[in-house]
Design a protein around this ligand. Sequence first.
Ligand code: C2O
Ligand code: CU
Ligand code: CU
Length: 475
Amino acid sequence: LKTLAETLPQAMPGPVGSAALLDPALLSAGADLAAMPKLINESRQAGLFKATLIAAPARVPLLSTGPTEFWAYNGSLPGPLIEVTEGDNVEITLVNQLTQPTTIHWHGLPVPPGQDGNPHDAVAPGQSHTYRFTLPVGCAGSYWYHPHPHLLAAEQVYRGMAGGFIVRARQDPLAQIPERSLILSDLKLDARGQIAPNDSDDWMNGREGQFVLTNGQNRPVLRFSPQGRERWRVWNANSARYLRLQLPGSTLTLVGTDGGLLEKPQAGLEEYLLAPGQRAEFIVDAGQRRDLAKLVSAVYDRGKMGDVAPEHPIAILSVDFSAVSASALPPLPDKLVVIPDLGKPVAHKRVVFSESMSMRNGQHEMKFLVNGRQYDMNRIDLKSRAGDVEVWEIANQADMDHPFHLHGTQFQVLSRELDGEAIAVPYKAWHDTVNLKSGETVRIKTVQHWPGIRMFHCHILEHEAAGMMGQLKVI
Ligand code: C2O
Ligand code: CU
Ligand code: CU
């Protein structure tokens, strides 16, 4: 592993320019959205969720010309959906049948650092490891799991390793509404229908493929509930693609973010920007419509560099409202949960994202930096005390957007400003990932609960691999 790290040049260049990609028309679309496989609980004991995730190559028949080789958890794309209830004890065994080291990181969940799949705790090929943690009451929300080995997380995720992790509340104010989990993941296939490796543009701007799958399906059809209202949990599990979600003809009601429900529903949204790594929960009402609609991702300018192809809106899935029979819907509860204030801050920290670019042999050489440095596994960048309330000021001095993610806890955004102008923060919410546009500064309030090492990084996975990550030591 060390040897690999030492031999990789800092900008991690791949082949220049994109190799021929699969014609998008060759991947069939339009099948009914299928239920996602769930991870089976092997325990009979109340309050204990016990299961196994096997990381291994898997052949998935996407194309008529032959299977596509993925790396997957339990052969499933995305990984099987994990559903537990707040308060549960969790014991999940990872069996590594890949030829590379891997870990499982429980993105957004409050788990102790030693159980969180840090790069330092790699599980070697052929080995297995059991992760154990208890999920405290109050952490209900939509999380996810994905690998976090040193330098290899981006590749393992784009080859198919990621899954959803729902923590259910003992009392959920929206429990009576039919629910969907929509895990959106980008896919880049080469002309032979196999997963294309990253090229130099991918390592610079982050990888985007020609497809955005929903629960592993290409542009499926979601047959909307006859009741006329659904709750959608949406994951941006893409390496780098931002999702500017719109459902033309309908507005969205935001009810939850990364770490669970908002205090009140936020109705009437024409669109919602979901950065890589983030999740959101929406209520969608059919209203009077009975048509076939499209959930799309509109063009979003995130400041990509170099000669990149112009962006196009992307159709994610179709929503068939034709079976809706309800005409009037009851109002949503106007109070969902209480989001407590974390208390008075006792420490302050500053994190600066930046890029440095130079030209070498006609190729861009990019460095992605946190506080002026690239990630070093053997260096501690910041220190905190367990239980201390802290304010972190995160500034994006780079030219591209970068989504900031902090492990081990959920934080609240206090303020944001873009090029010196304040941007309103209209409601309280729990986040583990927050986007920063070029020139933006965000202040967050956060607390770490256990001693140990936590990562914070850009969740464009290529940037994380190229060094845009730091380490927090909690004492
Ligand atoms: Cu999605 Cu370091 O994590
Ligand atoms: Cu994480
Ligand atoms: Cu980034």
